[in-house]
Write a protein that binds this ligand. Sequence first.
Ligand code: HEM
Length: 197
Amino acid sequence: MTALSMPTTPIPVPRLFSFIAGNTGPWRMESSTAIAGQPIAAAPCIDVVAGAGTIPVGASWLLRGITSNERYVERAEKTTLVSKQEGLGRAQATCAALIPIRKTAAWWALTQDERRQIFEAQSQHTQIGLKYLPAVARRLHHCRDLGPDEPFDFLTWFEFAPADEAAFEDLLHALRASPEWNYIDREVDIRLRLAAD
Ligand code: HEM
């Protein structure tokens, strides 16, 4: 068998990620602001690791979330998203935001079609977000199905260049003014900057 025809073992793509706040990690925490509900303690740094992670001695907190299949996007939206979005880890994207979010019991009591109605028809979440691509790169982590004790339903992660910070504020302003945000009872806005070597 030649090297070219050797069967290849696919490299598993991690889905579970841990965000560990403490004294180490590439992302320096600049602020931690409670937008709704209880705050989260500030810490010097955040490390983002694949897998369940463990809280090192001296670390402040750990939040876990898992990437998943999409629930709301329709085909045309998905095609546009894929054509415009860029991935995490771009050299120029030295600013990040970790925004953990919990939605209300009223949201979770809705049916899927009712949630989609609020998410897109009433709030235009995807249409608003699309305007900020590719400047803002994002990854959505779900926490709700990890267990009953998760403090948040979602961990949202964004990366952008310093020049796009004002645009990111505009994006937040537009989303937070939308009907979807009436169903959010805990939101913490944690801002980070890639530590210089
Ligand atoms: C960068 C621009 C953005 C784009 C293009 C975008 C796009 C999307 C899309 C397409 C989904 C639905 C995924 C699915 O079908 O399940 C989604 C979900 C979500 N996004 Fe965004 N988004 C953006 C910014 C934001 C921001 C700034 C926040 C938080 C402040 C946010 C919070 C969320 C949350 C919490 C969900 C999950 C909603 C749920 O399942 O109930 N997004 N986003």
